[in-house]
Design a binder for this molecule. Structure first.
Ligand code: FES
Ligand code: FES
Length: 180
């Protein structure tokens, strides 16, 4: 039976009414209109659907939406905009680290999670972090160059963090507002 689920995505609070076992990926794409994360294998093995959950890159195709209530979720849409690219997005462009682009959202959020934890990873640490992100076009070396280009940059905060939007869920309200 559908239930109301409260999600914190890219610094905003969303309330959706869905089956609680629905994969987070489906809710992001179908209910919130956030299409960056892709459905590849659907089995947690390709990384195309990765989002950042509490600082870790995780496959959203394997996460029941009920399990992520109240936790901080960041998708590629939360990193930058066309007018204000995140440094990783800019670096992926400059290094031409994209061919078909299907794997790119997962790779960028995985790189973001890595650099947030470790601003100066070794190449071995980068490759280990991205081991779950499969790229059929084989742009791995360019991706590594893009991450190296970004390392140490201060501006690796997404726009919603720069704008200081609330990160915490608000107190429960008696009458929930309409869905976003
Ligand atoms: S679609 Fe989720 S890991 Fe492949
Ligand atoms: S750029 Fe095509 S799958 Fe990676």
């Amino acid at each position: 039976m559908p239930q109301e689920i409260t999600l914190q995505v890219n610094g905003r609070i969303h309330r959706v009414c869905v089956e609680p076992d629905t994969p987070l990926l489906y809710v992001l794409r179908n209910d919130l209109g956030l299409k960056a994360a892709k459905l590849g294998c659907g089995q947690g093995q390709c990384g195309a659907c990765q989002v950042i959950l509490d600082g870790q890159a995780v496959p959203s195709c394997r996460l029941p939406v009920r399990s992520v209530q109240g936790r901080s979720i960041t998708t590629l849409e939360g990193l930058g905009t066309a007018d204000d690219l995140h440094p990783l997005q800019q670096a992926f462009i400059e290094e031409q680290a994209v061919q078909c682009g299907f794997c790119t959202p997962g790779l960028i959020v995985a790189a973001k999670a890595l650099l947030d934890r470790n601003p100066h990873p070794t190449e071995g640490e980068m490759r280990a972090e991205l081991a779950d992100n499969l790229c059929r076009c084989g742009v791995y070396d360019r991706v590594i160059r893009a991450i190296k280009r970004t390392m140490g940059q201060a501006a690796v905060r997404p726009p919603y963090e720069k704008q200081n939007r609330p990160e915490q869920l608000p107190q429960p309200q008696t009458a929930p507002p309409p869905f976003d």
